[in-house]
Design a binder for this molecule. Structure first.
Ligand code: SF4
Length: 500
């Protein structure tokens, strides 16, 4: 059967093939997995590549540097393909779509669909509507959402791997860091109901997932919006009151669930061996969270705690809500309570107004914190943020670049030192698959989130738990030798179906 619309035709009884390109953070990767699940529920099948895709979705991010250039560059490259194959549908979703809205189709008229961060669940419907009615855009603002729309996690999912899964616990952010566009594009903080999260973790465990990463823009303020909802008499507060057995039945429970309660509840789910989370905010790192991390066997010994700067002046200008000393105190408290804790961070150099003395303070903090690894960024202004308005205080890019190289040397040195301390130890490794560089070598992660490459006489399935002795260290990975396989993966093997 052939359907006609807006000058196009396509056979409706042939499965449409989709391709999703993801830019940016783990939240976007998680959204893309949900998007893939939704499209497959609608009958789409994955494409092998751009050439055979009927639908290409660009899931954008506006946090990282040059996001605009990357998007419009990618759209420019797709233009020739669209000219050759007018039936090809191109959709743009995610943060940049939420921010740029109509500008995307103004600049790239060959884009069929633009959708925002709050209506991922509508992608399939929008593609179908555009196929018949021509290009369209749908951007919802926060106030128009219901539960399903708020949380892409509540939607169907096609996970990239079977043994590990994201679990979005919260969306949005109530902070106002001067360099960050997230509050503008993701809206205020909203926490998913506690019981719903526990039930989803139980379902994932039944499917064979062993590792869950709790996702949110500010995970450790989980539940804070519930107090506001109660005060305002909003009905969603009741979702947490009816939060399910794990929390509501606890006689000692708090007036609202804290992130610490959630860590304990997810960590108690049978079959979940590893719980991770990203990203917490240092100002919201409560003692209860540290205690829950220390007490809950499944919670991994890794804390990613983004500091951004070591200068109190710069931290204040960024509106981060803590001083360098307070940050280091919290780090020390976590290291004291949690045995063998690995710590990582994010650092920005060249924030407007950063002087030499401020940068020296960042170097000192990085050296004192002795990070296992750090993501370092050169500041670049994002339109719509406070930092972008501080034009008269912008740091010379040459100076920023020099500082960046200096800082990288410090964090690489400390990462190498931390990794060398592990030589000789036997680590529990969760296998992620063959090494990208050498298929003969197996790669996996320790509980401290360290990448380990090791040889194995026989292939090991993804999700296998093994004990590996560390024999060598570099700043970004460890090398080791297989000691023993502890347990095979718990998920079922995917058996490819071959058409006769
Ligand atoms: S805490 Fe700051 S950096 Fe993190 S998402 Fe919120 S505004 Fe952005």
């Amino acid at each position: 059967m052939v359907a006609a619309g807006a000058g196009r035709s396509y056979p409706e009884d042939v499965a449409q093939r989709y391709l999703i390109r993801t830019y940016g953070c783990q939240m976007n990767e998680s959204d893309s997995e949900r998007l893939a699940g939704l499209l497959e529920a609608d009958g789409y099948v994955p494409a092998a590549g751009t050439a055979d895709a009927d639908v290409i979705v660009l899931n954008t991010c506006c946090i990282r540097e040059n996001a605009d250039n990357k998007l419009y560059g990618a759209l420019g490259n797709l233009k020739a393909l669209k000219d050759q194959r007018p039936d090809l549908q191109i959709a743009v979703g995610g943060c940049l779509a939420q921010k740029d809205q109509g500008r995307i189709q103004d600049r790239a008229g060959h884009v069929d669909v633009v959708f925002g961060t709050h209506n991922v669940h509508r992608a399939g419907d929008l593609l179908a509507a555009a196929r018949h009615g021509g290009p369209l855009m749908e951007i919802l603002d926060a106030s128009a959402r219901d539960d399903t729309e708020m949380f892409p996690s509540a939607l169907a999912v096609r996970r990239e791997v079977d043994h590990a899964s994201w679990l979005t616990i919260q969306v949005g952010c109530d902070n106002s860091c001067a360099f960050c566009i997230v509050p503008a594009v993701r809206g205020p903080e909203l926490s998913r109901p506690f019981g719903e999260l526990v039930i989803e973790a139980q379902r994932l465990a039944v499917e064979g997932v062993q590792e869950i990463t709790l996702l949110g823009q500010n995970v450790n303020s989980y539940g804070r919006d519930i107090t506001t909802a109660r005060r305002a008499g909003r009905p969603d507060a009741a979702d947490h009151d009816a939060a399910g057995p794990a929390w509501a039945a606890d006689p000692a429970r708090r007036p609202r669930p804290l992130f610490a309660d959630l860590l304990r509840a997810i960590g108690a789910v049978d079959g979940i061996d590893r719980v991770r989370f990203t990203s917490p905010h240092p100002k919201d790192l409560r003692p209860e969270t540290i205690v829950a991390m220390a007490d809950t066997a499944a919670v991994c010994e890794h804390l990613h705690l983004p500091v951004q700067s070591g200068s109190d002046e710069v931290l204040a200008a960024m509106h981060r809500g803590y001083t360098a000393a307070r940050y280091l105190d919290k780090l020390q408290a976590a290291r004291t309570a949690i045995d063998d804790l690995a710590v990582s961070t994010d650092l920005i150099v060249g924030f407007p107004g950063e002087r030499d003395a401020d940068f020296e303070a960042t170097l000192e903090l990085a050296a004192e914190a002795a990070y296992d690894y750090a993501y370092t960024f050169q500041y670049s202004p994002r339109a719509g943020t406070e930092g972008a308005e501080m034009v008269d205080r912008f740091v010379d890019p040459v100076v920023t670049n020099q500082r960046y190289e200096q800082l990288r040397a410090v964090v690489e040195r400390s990462a190498l030192a931390r990794h060398r301390e592990r030589i000789g130890r036997v680590e529990e490794v969760l296998v992620e698959g063959p090494s990208k560089k050498d298929p003969e070598v197996v790669s996996g992660r320790t509980r401290q989130n360290k990448l380990v490459h090791f040889a194995s006489a026989s292939p090991l399935r993804v999700g296998t738990r093994a004990r590996v002795q560390v024999t060598d260290a570099a700043s970004h990975y460890l090398r080791g030798e297989l000691v023993e396989v502890v347990a095979p993966p718990r998920h079922r093997m995917r058996i490819p179906v071959v058409a006769s």
